[in-house]
Design a protein around this ligand. Structure first.
Ligand SMILES: O=C1O[C@H](COP(=O)(O)O)[C@@H](O)[C@H](O)[C@H]1O
Length: 233
């Protein structure tokens, strides 16, 4: 049974205020408890206004380490790189951003490199923050031939390489992604989405749970922690 609480806002601005406040609280609580905070943050476009609001908050950014939930296998300075997008924002604030990908035609090798980098970090993340594509993918777990590889990876495995088929139009490149086990190991799990179509898709995926054909439904079906879902039109 997926325990999801929906938070609905009138605007993206309102969602950004609320989510940036929640994440600030997660960071401060982690630093109080462990003197450090590890966050896994999504790529894509939806979280950008929230990230921009977060970096204006006076938080102990120097104690924060950030990894992307997934990465497109492009050069680290490529416009499609999630690490580049995160670094441009959070490194300026003082946080450490760890890239987990780079240009690499060998998807399996890329997955091994990403996994090795993540194995070096103090686990679990205080926060895994997920987005969702209009096709129901989350992080870089896409429906298709490599979906089970990411969903069924052993618990100790933190990342795998995937080649979405078909490649998504907005970023048509192979990827690395945190595995289901790594994503669900988070102390806190949140999702941010925008638009009526995604809301309907996510509601259905949650209702279908384990029998969902969508990666987001299959992922959340195994979640043991409550999930906050933030939505703006
Ligand atoms: O490719 C990706 O897409 C999803 C969704 O992005 P959005 O722009 O539709 O919100 C994102 O969560 C993921 O991290 C990213 O690599």
């Amino acid at each position: 049974m997926i325990e999801a609480e929906w938070w609905e806002y009138d605007s993206v601005e309102e969602m950004a205020d609320a989510v940036s406040g929640d994440v600030g609280f997660i960071i401060e609580s982690a630093i109080d408890a462990r003197d450090a905070s590890l966050l896994a943050l999504p790529g894509g476009k939806t979280p950008l206004p929230i990230f921009d609001k977060m970096i204006k908050a006076k938080l102990p950014w120097k104690k924060v380490t950030i990894v992307p939930t997934d990465e497109r296998l492009v050069a680290v300075d490529h416009e499609l790189s999630n690490a580049r997008m995160l670094a441009q924002r959070f490194m300026r604030a003082g946080a450490r951003v760890i890239p987990i990908g780079g240009e690499n035609d060998d998807v399996d090798a890329a997955g091994n490199i990403a996994d090795a980098r993540l194995q070096d970090l103090p686990w679990p993340p205080d926060l895994v923050w997920l987005g969702m594509g209009a096709d129901g993918h989350t992080a870089s777990i896409f429906a298709g031939p490599d979906m089970q590889k990411a969903l069924d990876a052993p618990n100790a495995r933190r990342a795998v390489g995937v080649r979405p088929d078909p490649l998504p139009a907005e970023a048509p490149v192979p990827r690395v992604t945190l595995t289901r086990a790594a994503l669900l190991s988070a102390r806190t799990l949140i999702i941010t989405i925008q638009g009526a179509e995604k809301k309907e898709l996510l509601e259905q995926a949650i209702a279908d749970g384990q029998s969902s054909r969508l990666p987001i439904g299959r992922l959340l079906a195994e979640a043991e922690q409550p999930i906050d879902i933030h939505w703006a039109p």
